[in-house]
Unconditional design. Structure first.
Lengths: 469, 442
């Protein structure tokens, strides 16, 4: 029925293993100015970064948890028990041979080096707080493309890095962006020079290996005029007994006529709090496209956004969320129109299984005196069991007469007739259900790169196992 | 109509001094009012950060200037009676000004014999205490205005009580008028409607100001209790003066196989918040929630709704349309909630904004919370402007721009009004809308 590919492995069970920790650098549990100084010292931050971190900490401590609208589950995060920085004490390697044996084994089991050889233009692998491996193909590097960890980026390319860092998502955007600003470590820095079209995707792989750990990577991607780049990230963690926190900040800048496509397959284990802020800035004629698949984690809160700053800029969010027993996928999109003739498109599909809860939260803003802005939003939710839950909370503001905005949402369940029909033809109920669910997301999945869509389909099948009967 | 004199103002008291004690009301009721007053004082004023008040101009809710109404003179009463013109035919009528009963046209003798009760609140709470106490303020204000519901309960002094017994059908509508009279005066309109099993009734409420330039404050509560198989239609035509701050808290509770249809027409006021909660508590019940707003100048309409599906096999259908010009703002915050086990729910929610000027603003928050499966729930929100082709078509037939625009807006709004399926009512509402157009054309 399907071609077997060993692409990005998002099979949950494959990620469920852990090696003993051998961290040389450990900031200890809890968060204070001391923690921030420790991280700054270890990373030999320039002064402006240290100050940036301290401002982040202050803002984080001042801001309340957003529980007046968000899940009360956030209150169960014990910020004093989390360890904010763990690293093996060695820099990122350019060759897998130099990566410490146990860490290499981890990524080999996840299939990363193999994929790199096959179809990626560059790979970065992050293990807890720091990148352990980072490499791009020679041909891509020769075009002037920079693909390094954020630490290396801010040290070696300060002239580009500093200009955009923290500009798309300010420290005080929300409590968790402030937390990330205080303790960020790892993540990618990418710069694509004018006119360069990176043919193959760049990939980052994030792995949490330690218990009670918080991963706070920071990614900054700048696509200069007329350039194109696709970035993919994957993430896994073992199934620990205690909750783990992942709170990333991702900033994208698409300069005039540039295109950035950012693909996430989030498959954290079911005790990870995944609280991520992602936003892109699209200049004139530029395009920012987020493809966001959320399958794992205990609670995900993530609303990728695009600020449409230049004329004719385009923003798009394609989102698939699957909430299984005990999971809450609180995802959505933000589209801020700030120039004439900007267009945005949001398509969100969610599936709630068992006691899972899928939430769509959206924001579309069209201020006055803009002309010919268009937004289209579609949210479809599929409920599998009687205990499943789904919510939709969009907020749409439109001023003035020159714009068109439409929002549509529907909630349905798998039709009994469909299931009956398929069972007539010899499929089991579970197979029929899985096929229906794949059909539900199919038109969206088809827009993904092939390697992702095949794996995603397989993953959905896996999640649907045992959901009926 | 004559303006209030200074002399009259001297006899009124600020609403923030709490409920008056010297009223001729039963002790239990006055105790409830005191308790409600304490609740009002205990609850903090809403801020925009409160999710139910997002986008709302909460700063306008300063109640300090507002006073209770002065006693009406005989001349006032005559004038008010003269201006209380609504439908041509009605089954019964009650007219209030400044929360004082001006007139009650009795329901026909036949209906009275069959047990229809149509009384001012203060009489019903004595004569039908059991029924009254069972339902009065029995629905919690869940959509953000708990503070104002408490204020209403503390201050309410009159209103309408309507009980339609089992199987009784009142063919013609019942009409209720509430007038605001004088500068900075407040009113607390109340309607408690109980339709027993298989009863059928239509109620139309008119909210207007005697003086079109007087500021004022209106804080109304309206509870519709719809019994098994009963059928209730409720229309509210809000046409306060353009300086009035209004809060209206409406709820309906629908038992099995009952149905309710409500329509809010918003034309007047500086700021008007409408909360509509419909609870479908019995299997097979249905709620149609309709609203039309024509906003211009600095007007702000803030509508919050909840379609609460508690039982299986229930249906709800919401359609709100706003036409906005000048610097007007409209906010819609709606939620379809399907409770656990409310399977086979069929719910629909749609809000459409027609923006007629560059400074108008529409905020839409159509929400869904689904805790059951086997449901069909959809919602939609659109914001757009007049289709250029339609405009061109009308203009090419010699219709001036202003008139063409008005025709298109009328057509846009008519879809909602037509859903009432009661032509005399629809005609009346269209006349009110035309009146507003005529006024803004001046």
């Amino acid at each position: 029925m399907k071609t077997e590919t060993k692409a990005v492995d998002i099979n949950r069970n494959i990620g469920d293993f852990a090696y003993p920790e051998v961290h040389v650098r450990d900031a200890g549990a809890g968060l204070s100015e001391k923690t921030v100084h420790y991280i700054s010292d270890v990373k030999e931050d320039p002064d402006w970064v240290r100050e940036f971190r301290l401002r982040g900490l202050k803002t984080f401590l001042e801001k309340p948890l957003p529980t007046h609208w968000a899940s009360k589950d956030l209150e169960t995060i014990d910020f004093d028990k989390i360890r904010y920085y763990l690293a093996p004490g060695t820099g990122a390697k350019r060759s897998w041979d130099e990566v410490p044996e146990d860490i290499k084994r981890t990524f080999e089991r996840l299939g990363i080096p193999e994929q790199e050889r096959k179809f990626l233009a560059g790979v970065e692998a992050q293990f807890d707080s720091e990148a352990v491996y980072s490499n791009i193909k020679k041909a891509v590097g020769e075009q002037g493309v920079i693909f390094v960890g954020s630490t290396e980026g801010l040290k070696n390319h300060p002239e580009i890095f500093r200009k955009w860092f923290g500009k798309v998502i300010p420290i005080a955007d929300n409590k968790f962006s402030a937390l990330n600003s205080a303790v960020f470590s790892g993540g990618s820095f990418i710069y694509v020079p004018p006119g360069v079209k990176v043919k193959h995707p760049l990939q980052a792989y994030f792995r949490i290996n330690a218990e009670n750990f918080g991963q706070f990577e920071r990614t900054l991607i700048i696509a200069d005029e007329g350039s194109e780049v696709t970035y993919m990230e994957g993430c896994t963690a073992p199934k620990f007994n205690t909750a783990t926190l992942h709170s990333a900040v991702v900033e994208l800048v698409a300069l005039k006529g540039a295109k950035i496509q950012y693909i996430t397959v989030q498959n954290w284990s079911a005790n990870v709090f995944n609280l991520v802020t992602k936003r892109g800035l699209a200049h004139e004629n530029a395009e920012v496209k987020w493809i966001d698949c959320n399958i794992g984690s205990r609670l995900t809160m993530k609303y990728p956004g695009v600020v449409l700053k230049g004329r004719k800029a385009r923003g798009e969010v394609l989102s698939i969320a699957l909430a299984n027993n005990g999971q809450h996928q609180d995802t959505g999109a933000k589209m801020i129109h700030a120039a004439d003739e900007t267009t945005s498109n949001i398509i969100s599909k969610s599936i709630s299984v068992g006691t899972g809860r899928a939430t769509y939260r959206g924001l579309v803003h069209v201020p006055k005196h803009l002309k010919n802005c268009k937004n289209n939003t579609e949210c479809d939710a599929l409920l599998i069991n009687a205990t499943s839950r789904t919510d939709t909370y969009p907020a749409i503001t439109v001023r003035g007469t020159g714009n068109a905005v439409q929002h549509e949402a529907s909630v349905s369940q798998v039709s009994a007739d469909q299931i009956f029909y398929m069972q007539q033809r010899g499929l089991t109920e579970a197979q029929a259900m899985s096929l229906s669910v794949n059909g539900f997301v199919n038109d969206l999945v088809r827009q993904f790169p092939m390697e992702y869509s095949v794996e995603l389909k397989r993953l959905i099948e896996l999640e649907m196992e045992g959901s009926v009967g | 109509m004559p303006l209030t004199t200074d002399n009259e103002l001297a006899n009124t008291r600020s609403i923030l001094s709490g409920p008056a004690s010297s009223r001729d009301l039963p002790d239990w009721f006055r105790e409830q009012q005191q308790a409600a007053w304490q609740k009002f004082e205990a609850i903090a004023r809403p801020t925009r950060k409160d999710q139910p008040w997002r986008f709302s101009s909460v700063d306008l809710l300063d109640l300090t200037p507002f006073k209770s109404s002065a006693e009406l003179s005989e001349e006032d009463r005559r004038n008010i009676l003269k201006y209380s013109r609504g439908l041509h035919e009605f089954a019964g009528r009650m007219i209030f000004a400044g929360d004082q009963l001006v007139e009650r046209d009795i329901v026909s003798d036949d209906l009275k014999k069959r047990g229809v009760i149509f009384q001012p609140l203060e009489r019903a709470m004595v004569e039908h205490a059991d029924l009254f106490r069972k339902y009065f303020m029995s629905t919690e204000a869940k959509l953000g205005s708990a503070k104002f519901a408490a204020l209403h309960q503390a201050m309410v002094s009159s209103g309408t009580f309507l009980f339609v017994p089992r199987g009784v059908e009142i063919k013609l509508p019942i009409e209720i008028f509430h007038w605001l009279r004088g500068q900075d005066v407040s009113v607390f309109p109340h309607l408690l409607l109980i339709a027993d099993e298989l009863a059928k009734v239509t109620v139309v409420e008119h909210f207007s100001s005697c003086d079109r330039s007087a500021a004022g404050f209106a804080c109304g509560v309206n509870d519709l209790i719809v019994g098994p198989g009963a059928n209730v239609t409720y229309v509210c035509a809000q046409n306060w003066s353009e300086k009035v701050i209004g809060i209206q808290i409406n709820s309906s509770k629908v038992d099995h196989d009952g149905s309710v249809k409500s329509l809010n027409l918003n034309l007047g006021s500086r700021y008007s918040r409408f909360e509509s909660l419909s609870r479908l508590i019995g299997e097979g019940s249905r709620s149609d929630m309709l609203a039309v707003a024509v906003a211009d100048g600095e007007q702000e309409f803030d509508a919050r709704t909840l379609q609460d599906h508690v039982s299986p096999r229930t249906a709800s259908d919401l359609l709100y349309k706003n036409a906005l010009s000048d610097r007007a703002r409209c906010t819609f915050g709606g939620l379809i909630r399907v409770e656990p086990h409310a399977h086979f729910t069929d719910a629909y929610q749609k809000v459409r904004n027609l923006l007629l000027s560059d400074d108008a603003e529409a905020n839409s928050m159509p929400g869904l919370e689904i805790l059951a499966d086997n449901v069909r729930c959809t919602h939609g929100a659109t914001s757009g402007q007049i289709n250029e082709d339609e405009m061109f078509y009308l203009r090419s037939r010699g219709i001036p721009v202003k008139v063409a625009q008005r025709l298109i807006v009328t057509g846009f709004l008519n879809e909602v009004i037509g859903r009432l399926e009661q032509p005399p009512l629809a005609d009346h509402l269209n006349r009110l809308i035309e009146g507003k157009f005529a006024q803004s054309a001046k």
